[in-house]
Ligand binder design. Structure first.
Ligand code: TYD
Length: 144
């Protein structure tokens, strides 16, 4: 994997194996605890992204762990741990990025039929979200 190194906290890459045989198509598999570092309790996807200017995410989680994939098209994932910030170009369907706790994340610059797939360590709980950026910086004790 020659991906750009991840410099923010609570993140990293997940690379899924791709199974190719004499038939058409590529099969990729993700198992909780084996391929992603938690038991998977929830899966969601985002499609029908028709506006290139759309911005999604813009929040952090207190405890939730997730892995985000771009299984079609491409987009840019911006990660911010309160100290360091980086952009990751997401375009490989089998390479996901861990969205660990306390990581402000934004998804944008969606191209050509982009489909995002996310697996999460817990059910949806609004109380786990931090949706205000200043509150996030305070929560993580940022020196910014
Ligand atoms: P949100 O997490 O803000 O979306 P994104 O980060 O992709 O832009 O969620 C948007 C809305 O959907 C919000 O009202 C909460 C709701 N939602 C659920 O009910 N269950 C879920 O699993 C998710 C991810 C969102």
């Amino acid at each position: 994997m020659d991906n750009k190194p991840i410099i923010v906290k609570n993140s990293g890459y997940v690379e899924l194996k791709r199974i190719v045989d004499e038939r058409d198509g590529v099969l990729s598999i993700m198992e909780g605890q084996h391929d992603v570092p938690f038991d998977i309790k929830r899966v969601y996807y985002i499609n029908n992204l028709e506006n290139l200017q759309s911005v999604r995410g813009k929040h952090a989680h207190k405890e939730l762990k997730q892995v985000i994939f771009c299984i079609n098209g491409s987009f840019v994932l911006t990660l911010d741990d309160g100290e360091k910030k980086q952009d990751i170009h997401m375009w490989r369907d089998n390479v996901g990025v861990i969205l660990g706790k306390e990581l402000w994340h934004t998804m944008h610059s969606f191209l050509s039929g982009c489909v995002l797939l996310v697996v999460a360590s817990d059910f949806y709980k609004e109380e786990d979200y931090i949706r205000d950026y200043e509150e996030f910086l305070n929560y993580v004790g940022s020196t910014k």
